[in-house]
Design a protein around this ligand. Sequence first.
Ligand code: NDP
Length: 336
Amino acid sequence: NRRIVLAQRPIGSPTAADFRLEEVPLPELADGQVLLRTLYLSIDPYMRARMSDAPSYAQPVAIDAVMVGATVCRVEASRSSSLAVGDVVLSMNGWQDYAAVSTKGLMKIDASLAPPSYSLGVLGMTGFTAYVGLLDIGQAKEGDTVLVSAATGAVGGTVGQIAKLKGCRAVGIAGGDDKCEYAVNTLGYDACINHYDEDFAEQLAAACPNGVDVYFENVGGNPLMAAIPLLNVGARVALCGIIAWLNGPAPGPIDTAPQIMRALLNKRASVQGFVITDHYATRHADFRRDMSQWVKEGKIHYREDVIEGLERAPFALMGLLRGDNFGKVVVRVEKT
Ligand code: NDP
């Protein structure tokens, strides 16, 4: 029974030394509990924030504690009447092979709809983030131009497709020609621009001839600076994430705040940050209904970037924070 704990708090980008792999005995089962075997572990940008003890909306992971994370697990033993051996559930067991947990808060996964790991992505937290961020926070409506950064990622890839389903023009920003090609040809974006291109800002302006009504922000950095001048009067910025700055502020003395604030004022734009955990009570049922339907009908494409083996989870997170991933990052913990 292996587990990966936080060995120390990272300074800047995480390194392998910030994690420690441990062998521990299998947990004992108490009454009402189930023993869960992790099949898949979700790797998400928020994990970088939890490794830090800077003030945040969530508690940091303690030093020597198991790294946090959503998991898809199989019930291996049960002392509860609500789950049987063999059931597959969504849980928050973190970076470990096994855990003994109470059944409260576990969600049984219906494997007939999609592969179980989809519950960590398009049918789970990242899909829900795309749905709420675009429709509620961004207030996207037919005819709008929706601009999405990290356009092929777990959240962004779903945002672009929902935008198209709602009759919007969808423009993506992604890090590479292969990602842009996939955004247009598979996900259905009207255009996608590579933010590594030297004339990125000019290309982006040309791809948004009618400006931008909704900017779905996942990144910060260059994409933000190129998007700001394109905002239309009354534009909405759904502030979902700033992954480019998760390891700390960008180096250098350039202060872009005056430029950004002036543009937001001139465009009477609204910027709304949101945290998806606030929205489960009111919108999760709607999301489940709509997204299950879209996935069943083949209207939403979904790409996973699968990393093999629990021991590689630190590298999966480090890669995600560099933008190495192409699709939703999941670690296959149980080797088949
Ligand atoms: P993704 O699958 O989108 O992966 C992250 C992507 O960010 C990379 O693939 C890369 O795409 C892009 N990126 C651009 N610049 C950088 C950079 N400097 N460093 C690292 N990555 C970069 O991840 P998710 O879909 O899981 O998350 C997307 C965003 O949504 C994150 O900011 C995350 O924190 C946020 N989020 C917010 C939630 C909320 O409740 N507000 C909930 C869930 C996620 P490319 O190569 O195309 O640039």
